[in-house]
Every structure is written in C-alpha cells, then in structure tokens.
Design a protein around this ligand. Sequence first.
Ligand SMILES: NC(=O)c1ccc[n+]([C@@H]2O[C@H](COP(=O)([O-])OP(=O)(O)OC[C@H]3O[C@@H](n4cnc5c(N)ncnc54)[C@H](O)[C@@H]3O)[C@@H](O)[C@H]2O)c1
Length: 357
Amino acid sequence: MTSVNIGLIGCGFIGRFHSIAIRHLIKQGLVDARYVAVCDLDEGRARSFGERTGAQLVTTKAEELIDSPEVDVVYVCVPTAGHKELVMRAAGREKHIFCEKPLATELADVEEIVAAADAASVKAGVGLILRHSPILTVLKLLTEDATIGRLMTAVFRDDQFFPIQGHYASEWRKDRWLSGSGTLLEHSIHDVDVLRWFGGDVATVRGSIDNFARHDGVEDLATAHMEFTSGGRAELVSIWHNVLRRPSSRRLELFFENALFHIDNDFMGPIGYQKHDEEPIVLSEEDVTARYLELIGLPGDPFGGALRYSLEDYFFLSKVALGEDPFPDFGLALEAHRVVDAIYRSAHAAGETISVG
Ligand SMILES: NC(=O)c1ccc[n+]([C@@H]2O[C@H](COP(=O)([O-])OP(=O)(O)OC[C@H]3O[C@@H](n4cnc5c(N)ncnc54)[C@H](O)[C@@H]3O)[C@@H](O)[C@H]2O)c1
C-alpha cells in the first residue's frame, strides 16, 4: 500500500463534496493520503479550499496542479465541457484520475478519454456515485434470489428542480456548450448506469427529449424505452422542473416474474418488496444500512456518521493506494455513455429504434 497525494481541480458544488470526504477519510485514518493541491479558475474559491485543506499548492492554473510532481491523483470536478482537456493532460503525465460524470459532452470525446487513460495505464475512476449506494447495493442483492424469475421491467422516474439555482449555486447547466445537453446526460447518466446494473447489457433504445424551459439544446424532459439483451425492458423518465423545494428525487420499481421491489430513495432509505404469494415486506433504512456495511466488510460504520459523503472516495482512494483498479471506472462509464448517446440519436430521429453498438 502506498500513500497517495491528491490534487483537486474545480472547487464548486461537487468539488466541495469530495473535499469534505477526502479530509474526513484522512482525519479518520481510513485512507492513507495527503491533500496536496487545489485549483479553481476563481482565485477566491481556490484560496478558500486551500485554507480548509491545508493544501500547499493553491492555483488558478490546472496545468500547474497536474504537472506538479507532488500530485499523484487528479480529481476533475469542473463543468463537463472542461473534463476532456484536463483528463487528457493528467493521463499524459501518468497521473491517476477521478473524473466526475458525465466524462464528456460527446461520445467520441468519452472514447478518446477512455483510450488515453488505458494507454497511460493509470487508475481512472468516475463519479457514478450510485454504484456505492447502500440502498441500491442491498436491492441488487435482494434481486439475486433465483426463485423470483427473470426481470420483466424496470420503471425509473428521476426528477429535480432545474439545477441552475439553489444549492447548485451555478448556471452552467443551462448552457449547452458547457453541459453538452440536459437532464438525460447530466443527471440520468446515473440512471442509465443503474438500469444496466440491474438489467445487464442494453440491446436497443427508443427515446424522446423535450425542452419546456427553452434553454437551447438543454432538454428538461427525456423519456427512454430500453430493451435488455436478457429480454427485460425498462422505462426511464427524467425531468427538470421548477418545483424549487424538490431536489434530486428518484423512484425505481422492478418487476420480476415472481416479485416486485420499489424504492423512493437513491442512497439511503427503506426497500419495499413482495414475492410469490407472500405478504409485502419493508426493510427499514436502518436494516438496509446495517446490511450494506456488513456486505462491504465494514460493520459498525467506521465513517462516523459521514457515510453518504465518504463511500465513493473511500473506495476509489483505497484501490489506488493498493495499486488496484477502482470501481466504477472509465470503462463502465463508457457503456452508460453509449446508451445515452443512442437515446439522443433516437430522439433526434423521431423515436426510431436504435441499436446500442
Ligand atoms: N456525481 C454527481 O452526482 C455529481 C453531482 C454534481 C455535479 N457533478 C458533475 O461535476 C462537475 C462539476 O459540477 P458542479 O456542480 O460542481 O459545478 P460548479 O459550477 O459548482 O463547480 C465547478 C467549479 O469548477 C471551476 N472551473 C471551471 N473550469 C475550470 C478549470 N478549467 N480549471 C479550474 N477550475 C475550473 C469553476 O470556477 C467552479 O468553481 C460536472 O461535470 C457535473 O456534471 C456530478
């Protein structure tokens, strides 16, 4: 195991999330790491992160951070259109990388990024945080019951207020040149990844996108019908509305031949299910969390109440320190990007069925 030296670029909303986690994990001795550098184009933000983290290098120039011999791992937390340049440079300098999702605004750029990280043989993790969701991990385990038959269909609704206000404190998501597009890529790439987790490879999709708020090229409603190679189906509805006190909310229902499961939370919360001719069951949030911690081999919650913040960075940094491949990685993100791209292509072709190649 080696100690890793972390540099973080992008001291905004998600940068703060990771920064809190990294500091907490180091303080609790849960990862062997040093927080050595922070960067933001906005000097005040960089300085404020510098003060909190004690990082020695505080800069407005990302290349200075990436090129610094002190930095082993580069966190890329800037708006999506900025990911490619920073990831390519980090790969070119053989730095390990954690890049937020989506990896890029276009599929071709995602492919280039993934190829560059592969060619450089660096560890490359991605912010598909729901892969470390306690509720989804336990739900997945519950669905691995051979008696419940095959997955017939998943119904997934994801909605939140248009994220250009409130705790986001930024407006770039309404600018297609920075975000690439709207709710499907920016938010529901998580959902597509979760649906692949539960349903497996996607064979074909049909989709639609609409633009009620009229921000050019930034859809606020996306629907998708997905057909898995296994024969199961999924329906996804992704919405950005103006119900300003309603942040990111997800409801997932899974129907198997002999069982159904439903959740109304995407990270912590209860799981409802019913099988065969049995009564409905609700597994409480406490039970779900305890079962999850046992599953990952950390019973008793060593994260000291900061579970939600800590998991993603805990797993990524632990793997990098061990010289092992992180999960979720760039390859997994590429698969989700391929499905998202196919849904957009279908939407632009009046809902034509598109094969996911
Ligand atoms: N995993 C998740 O659930 C999740 C949640 C939120 C955001 N994200 C992703 O994280 C990324 C950032 O989103 P955000 O909400 O934190 O944005 P933000 O606007 O809050 O923060 C971005 C920061 O990056 C800085 N920045 C921009 N370009 C830069 C550059 N070239 N060099 C240095 N600093 C630069 C900005 O000044 C800003 O402070 C996006 O790709 C977004 O999709 C992921």
